[in-house]
Design a protein around this ligand. Structure first.
Ligand code: KIV
Length: 286
């Protein structure tokens, strides 16, 4: 759907009504954003997963607003015609409604984002409402919420018991009721996610929440086989960039050591007639 035309939140909601799945990935930099837009990606997320995928942190918690803004700006430059959400990092909204609005506003004002995503259900409802009241598009995020993974006992799938599924359903209903325009479910069983997607009128997207949602999100570094530390069960790798890059670097090292690089075609030659004069010149240095 996204070929050439920037989607709005209304287009994404219409896709749900028409049964058209939304294709969504994360992006953290200018080239990836360019590739995604050229490929016709419906949406991008500048996720706080950039902490692991770009900075090599163990999790998302250390990521700051200033880091997010810089990456959002790069992605916006690379994908000017794509719907892009900024991901609110840990402690950018947990502290107060005022902080939530101020930081959501930075994503829009400083980085040209189309909206923000924040983690949590009922317990962040006042934050969601405050950001919406400021006129900003909001995507909720429940299920496995990495910023509070300590409370979840680790990066664990959610909604695998009836009691846990009920909590997710209550959170999802509250998020829609608050007025959020989208919802992301992370690491949730397909039947639970499918029920929520069916029940809600807003688009319900999945990352590891099975096929019955209104679209799918993957972390680009997982999708292209770049991130090596671990691979969640829900990831499908479409390329092995780590191998491609490592092979290229190994070949480069070999060529430098053997002198096969640079070859004649990689050299700037002297202008016509200058080489002879240059040879005369360097005789003076003998
Ligand atoms: O930061 C991110 O990329 C995310 C996804 C894991 C949903 O929030």
């Amino acid at each position: 759907m996204a070929q050439g035309k920037k989607l709005s939140i209304l287009d994404l909601q219409k896709m749900k009504r028409n049964g058209e799945k939304v294709a969504w990935i994360t992006a953290y930099d200018y080239p990836t954003a360019q590739f995604a837009e050229a490929a016709g990606m419906d949406m991008l997320l500048v996720g706080d997963s950039l902490g692991m995928c770009v900075y090599g942190y163990e999790g998302t918690v250390p990521v700051t607003m200033d880091q997010c803004i810089v990456h959002c700006q790069a992605v916006r430059r690379g994908a000017p015609n794509t719907f892009v959400l900024g991901d609110m990092p840990f402690m950018s909204y947990q502290t107060s409604d005022v902080d939530a609005v101020r930081n959501a506003g930075r994503f829009i004002k400083e980085a040209g984002m189309d909206g923000v995503k924040l983690e949590g259900g009922i317990r962040v409802i006042s934050r969601i409402k405050a950001i919406l009241d400021a006129g900003v598009v909001v995507c909720g995020h429940i299920g496995l919420t990495p910023q509070s993974s300590g409370q979840l006992g680790g990066h664990k799938a959610q909604g695998r018991t009836v009691a846990s599924a009920k909590l997710l359903i209550e959170d999802a209903l509250a998020i829609e009721e608050a007025g959020a325009q989208m919802l992301l479910l992370e690491a949730v069983p397909p039947e639970v996610a499918g029920f929520i997607a069916h029940k809600l009128t807003i688009p319900v997207l999945s990352i590891g929440a099975g096929p019955y949602c209104d679209g799918q999100l993957l972390i680009v570094s997982d999708l292209i086989g770049q991130f090596q530390a671990f691979t969640p069960k829900f990831v499908k790798k479409y390329a092995n960039v780590a191998q491609v890059v490592t092979d290229a670097l190994t070949a480069y090292i070999k060529d430098v050591k053997t002198g096969d690089f640079p070859a004649d075609e990689h050299c700037y030659h002297m202008l016509k007639g200058e080489k002879e004069k240059f040879e005369e010149l360097i005789k003076d240095y003998d």
